[in-house]
Design a protein around this ligand. Structure first.
Ligand SMILES: [Zn+2]
Length: 411
């Protein structure tokens, strides 16, 4: 008797796997391996005989090909085990609203936490579903334990139904995705996959082949420090210089004033004393050109401000973070086409989206494993209002199974 995707999911979310950006270790938190070990046991018990946890905390496993065709590409299906540092993932107590009949959902342990239909109109598509939430004091962890449960459930289904023909499928569970280090130590050679999918998207039916391109900018300002009593005409306070730069940033180019396909310049850190200050920014856009234009604008603002402080100096450092995976995926259109077909066969209307962020898949794509992102079904990620429906997770399992079939048929 197969374990339902929901039962697996409920088992995974109670294990705290929060990652920690300030940690220098890999994985960033040792506790992520607790889930990794459980997943290896579960994979072994359903027949994924090479499942193992490596020294970096990643879980690898293989579902061998069962088709006589030898031209079927090796497909990697990937999800991340960690949860976001933004909100507590300790002592998660999942709640199930069975046969949801509409209306707002008030979370039991904190009555100020309400999942409102007005904020989450997708609830209107979930009448009759079983909706899983946290109790309001933690996040749920559907991002991305829904993806993990779906992959394990799909693996079990494929192994138990050998009449379904498919090529080699590689399972990969990563750590530390939420802090941008998800694929730092992935062994692509060992993985040996041609193409991949992350199961880390939102609403049922969505497929994403586009992410932001992302850079970080660091501006280090050196001012002129002097005793305030003798400062007249001489002091150049680095804190004021930093303030002047921030004040000149265009208001319509911020995360809070942009959506859709518009990018932004976003100050994320400010450290300063009179003699020196440090400004950190993240820059986001869907095109390389848009990214460069925004960086040039930020540098011009800095230069213009510095004109007024002739004794002071600055350095302007750009650091590449990740790139829009569409550039890579456009060279292999079958990755998205096959996913669209699988979503249709699983009974949904496919929806193409772009991600205002990055995924493990965007980095994998540039490391040589072209990787699109398929829905896992969760909503309100990184917050205590996070929720996912059992029925949507079932649809994701079906999508993975159909995807394996489509790749085999079309090889
Ligand atoms: Zn995620």
């Amino acid at each position: 008797m197969a374990v339902s995707v929901t039962d697996r999911f409920l088992r995974y979310v109670v294990i705290d796997t929060q990652s920690d950006a300030s940690s220098k270790t890999q994985p960033s938190t040792e506790k992520q391996k607790n889930l990794g070990r459980l997943l290896v046991d579960e994979l072994l018990s359903i027949g994924v005989s090479d499942a193992h946890l490596d020294e970096h905390g990643y879980v690898y496993g293989t579902i061998p090909s069962n088709t006589p065709k030898n031209s079927v590409p090796v497909i990697c299906i990937c999800a991340h085990m960690d949860t976001a540092p933004d909100f507590s993932g300790t002592n998660v107590k999942p709640q199930i609203v069975r046969n949801y009949q509409g209306g707002d959902i008030r979370l039991p342990a904190d009555s100020s936490r309400v999942i409102r239909v007005a904020d989450h109109p997708v609830l209107k598509d979930m009448i009759g579903h079983d909706i899983i939430t946290s109790d309001g004091t933690t996040l749920l962890g559907a991002d991305d334990k829904a993806g993990i449960a779906e992959i394990v459930a799909a693996a079990e289904f494929l192994i138990n139904n050998p009449d379904i023909k498919h090529g080699t499928l590689r399972i990969l569970f990563t750590t530390d995705e939420e802090i941008g280090r998800g694929v730092d130590k992935v062994d692509l050679k060992k993985l040996g996959a041609d193409f991949g999918y992350t199961m880390d998207g939102g609403a049922a039916g969505s497929i994403e082949d586009e992410t932001f391109s992302a850079d970080a900018v660091d501006i280090a300002i050196t001012g002129v420090a002097i005793h305030p009593g003798q400062a007249y005409g001489r002091m150049e306070n680095a804190i004021r210089i930093a303030g002047d730069i921030i004040a000149r940033l265009p208001r319509d180019m911020a995360p809070e004033t942009t959506k859709g396909r518009d990018g932004f310049i976003h100050p994320t850190g400010l450290l300063g004393v009179m003699e020196k200050a440090n400004l950190s920014f993240i820059i986001r856009d869907f095109t390389e050109e848009g990214l460069k234009t925004k960086e040039a604008l930020l540098e011009k603002i800095t230069r213009d401000v510095m004109e007024n402080y002739q004794g002071s100096s600055y350095t302007f450092t750009v650091k590449e973070q990740y790139r829009n995976m569409k550039e890579v995926l456009d060279r292999h259109p079958e990755i998205v086409e096959h996913a669209v077909e699988a979503i249709k066969r699983a009974g949904m209307e496919p929806r193409r989206d772009s991600i205002r962020g990055g995924t493990d898949g965007s980095r994998l794509s540039f490391m040589g494993l072209p990787c699109a992102n398929i829905f896992a079904g969760g909503h309100a990620f990184h917050s205590p209002l996070e929720f996912v429906s059992s029925q949507d997770m079932d649809k994701a399992v079906k999508t993975i199974v159909e995807l394996a079939k489509v790749w085999e048929e079309r090889a």
